[in-house]
Design a protein around this ligand. Structure first.
Ligand code: SAH
Length: 394
């Protein structure tokens, strides 16, 4: 196994169990590892630090996965890690919920592997060359552990690009999922399209927050912005919302929402869906003077990296300012950021600016976070990406 020595003083992050070693921290690579090979990483003074996946293309030259030198990274090791991750999700799955994330990359000590369960199908994202190398073993193990009907590869192209991996999107094993696969979350049915849908098909990270928000929507007039297939809209309807307006720019998302309303036998008359850019639509509501009791703002990731933070902060501020202006006095704004680069304190600051600009007094009445199937390793704060605030806007 190739050994890598770090520069003097560069061992600190690894000692603190942070899983990334940046290329600038490498002093010496003893040999010629291939991308994705497991290497042994040592401090400058030759102290063993951890095993990790090597990659020559990425800024993260080594992704650490095991800090115990006595372990062997073989099929058995992967089986243990996968069993552990899967077992920790079992209490999420029930008659009411048959979709969740089973493996969440670094947080489950498998850097670059995401496994999402959609009823009896599994959707994988393989985002590191290390995982790519052992893909066949991983498929073998999860087949045996979970007995799925089919395993699909829905890897994100950008992340694979960083590791020098080609784009993949297709069946890995078993049967192809139907074009629209029915899953259940919080007792609500959703049609999801694994092959053409966004992310790995569904945003299961908002499961808890949808339920929490719904408890405030009985009899209310709700505006669900960036609705996708209707996660927040459907939970609000299930909880007796008077009516819901769902806005998304994607035609497929709104088509799926329509199917989901029928699937759950909700009253379609209560739902208005608008295919539009959210900012444009919010401005249009402002023009006509239409107000809402509850507004959800769940935009895509505005800050893909720290360098995009300034621009993202302006976009979040503008969006939230507009949202606040469309609320009845005492109305609720559920506002989210799924940018890892924006931490909760920064997000609160942005919201404070938005409130000042909107000329509205705002109280935080709850904080939202990512659910337990998206755990955050205490040594890896980068994994904490989803945050939100429930605000009362006076
Ligand atoms: N709230 C959703 C998830 C939102 S994901 C849920 O609970 O499932 C973000 C959504 O924003 C995607 O559906 C995407 O199509 C949409 N989107 C991205 N940019 C947009 C824009 N400028 N205007 C409207 N929708 C947009």
């Amino acid at each position: 196994m190739v050994e890598i020595i770090l520069k003097k003083g560069k061992e600190k992050a690894a000692l603190q169990r942070h899983p990334w070693v940046f290329s600038g921290a490498l002093e010496k690579v003893k040999g010629k590892p291939e991308d994705g090979d497991v290497v042994k990483v040592f401090a400058f003074d030759n102290e063993f630090l951890a095993y990790g996946y090597f990659n020559s293309n990425s800024r993260v030259a080594v992704r650490l996965l095991e800090w115990d030198e006595t372990q062997t990274i073989d099929k058995n090791w992967y089986q243990n890690r996968l069993q552990q991750a899967i077992a920790s999700r079992q209490f999420i799955l029930s008659e009411d919920t048959n979709t969740c994330r089973l493996v969440f990359s670094e947080a489950d000590f498998l850097p670059g592997l995401i496994v999402d369960k959609y009823a009896n199908f599994l959707s994988l994202q393989i985002l590191s060359s290390g995982i790519e190398k052992v893909k066949a073993d991983i498929v073998d193990i999860i087949k045996a552990e979970l007995n799925p009907i089919g395993i699909f590869d829905k890897s994100d192209a950008t992340a694979r690009g960083h590791e020098g991996l080609p784009i993949e999107n297709g069946l890995l094993w078993g049967e192809n999922p139907p074009e629209f696969l029915e899953v259940k979350e919080n007792g609500i049915a959703y049609n999801i399209n694994i092959a053409d849908g966004q992310k790995s098909g569904f945003y299961c990270d908002q499961r808890d927050n949808r339920k929490i928000l719904a408890s405030y929507t009985k009899g209310k007039k709700v505006l669900d912005c960036f609705s996708y297939s209707g996660g927040f809209s459907l939970n609000a309807l299930a909880n007796g919302a008077a009516n819901v307006t769902s806005v998304d720019s994607s035609a497929l998302a709104l088509e799926t929402l329509k199917q989901n309303i029928a699937l759950n036998k909700f009253d379609a008359e209560k739902v208005t869906s608008i295919q539009s850019d959210v900012n444009k639509q919010l401005r249009a509501f402002k023009e006509t003077g239409e107000l809402f009791d509850v507004i959800v703002l769940d935009p895509p990731k505005y800050a893909p990296s720290r360098s995009a933070l300034d621009r993202a902060a302006r976009a979040y501020k503008d969006l939230n300012r507009l949202g606040m202006l469309l609320l009845e006095k005492g109305g609720l704004l559920a506002t989210f950021s799924c940018s890892g680069a924006v931490d909760i304190e920064t997000f609160k600051q942005i919201i404070a600016w938005a409130a000042l600009d909107a000329g509205r007094e705002v109280q935080i009445i709850k904080q939202f976070c990512q659910p337990e199937d998206h755990p955050v390793r205490i040594s890896f704060s980068e994994g904490e990406y989803l945050k939100g605030l429930l605000l009362r806007v006076l």
